[in-house]
Design a protein around this ligand. Structure first.
Ligand SMILES: Nc1ncnc2c1ncn2[C@@H]1O[C@H](COP(=O)(O)OP(=O)(O)OP(=O)(O)O)[C@@H](O)[C@H]1O
Length: 287
């Protein structure tokens, strides 16, 4: 199965460095979460991988070959983003046909079922749909296209809560039926926590985290209790953030620790969820 290797990639816009010498591998059949604060460079990275922009230095390889002007790579990678690649006055059904022409074997059966369930008329012009329904039409295309790497940049833009639930459910269903790689770039971290297997956090031009979600969460803790006691217990630990209410202090660490050993009758040590871990790692001050 193919992999995508991102090797020492740097991207500058003018003098502004967006990505600084980043390296990772996207493996076949995994669901990735690409997380980062606003402006961190997530869309830039997805555009580079999908050959919509070029790296200042470094290389991106699909199955060992550079992705630039590489038809075999293009055939296996699909990027859904805010930038629309279809002409004005395109109908929903024409989006599907175009994906079929470009990639072959489009899953029209699934597409028809999904347009029906989400309440989209396939004869509608995409531009005449509401913001949420436009996103859904693009998402349906992404779920039904025959490519091994699907990149979803802000996939739930404009979707209401129940449509988001439906989308997450359908993503898992199609993934189970035909495992392939999904890379989800999203700010709705708590909603995708149970979906993503591997987390990449882009922060300050680098990959601050690039590891299985389970492994990351196994070492993400909140230590809470009387301030003096918490301070004493955590003085040797790299603290990412903290807050104090009255005499009760909570500190956040992402570090392998022995939670059982640190906890006392007055100090609790609890695992963090992905969103709190993300905030602690990217801006502990906000906690
Ligand atoms: N074509 C461009 N020319 C100049 N600067 C750009 C260009 N595209 C992106 N940038 C800048 O690169 C930085 C990263 O933008 P990018 O859209 O990749 O971030 P992001 O992580 O996707 O952000 P968000 O979560 O807010 O969508 C921003 O400062 C942006 O202004």
């Amino acid at each position: 199965m193919a992999t995508i290797k991102i090797k020492q990639v740097t991207k500058r816009f003018g003098r502004h460095v967006i990505l600084d010498n980043v390296t990772t591998t996207l493996e076949a059949g995994k669901i990735y979460g690409l997380l980062g604060r606003n402006g961190a460079g997530k869309s830039t990275l997805l555009n580079l991988i999908n050959d919509r922009n070029f790296a200042t230095s470094g290389e991106i390889l699909f199955d060992g070959e550079p992705i630039n002007n590489n038809p075999a790579a293009r055939q296996q990678m699909y990027l859904m983003s805010e930038t629309n690649m279809y002409p004005k006055r395109t109908r929903v059904k024409e989006l599907f046909k175009a994906a079929d022409r470009g990639y072959g074997d489009f899953d029209f059966t699934l597409a028809h079922r999904l347009t029906n369930e989400f309440g989209i008329d396939e004869n509608s012009m995409v531009d005449n749909l509401s913001t949420g329904l436009t996103t859904i039409a693009k998402l349906i295309t992404a779920l039904c296209v025959k490519a091994d790497f699907i990149f979803l940049d802000e996939p739930t833009l404009g979707l209401d809560a129940s449509h988001r639930e439906m989308f997450y459910r359908e993503l898992l269903k199609t993934y189970e039926r035909r495992p392939r790689t999904f890379v989800l770039s999203t700010h709705l971290i708590s909603e995708v926590q149970n979906l993503i297997e591997h987390v990449i956090i882009l922060d300050n031009r680098e990959f601050k985290v690039d590891q299985p979600s389970e492994e990351l969460l196994a070492q993400a803790f909140a230590i809470s209790g009387p301030t003096a006691e918490v301070d004493a217990i955590t003085k040797e630990l790299p603290i990412l953030g903290s807050h104090e209410i009255g005499h009760i202090k909570t500190v956040y660490v992402v570090q392998p620790i022995d939670a059982m050993q640190l906890a006392t009758s007055s100090v609790t040590v609890k695992h963090l969820d992905l969103q709190t871990t993300f905030i602690a790692l990217t801006d502990g001050k906000e906690l």
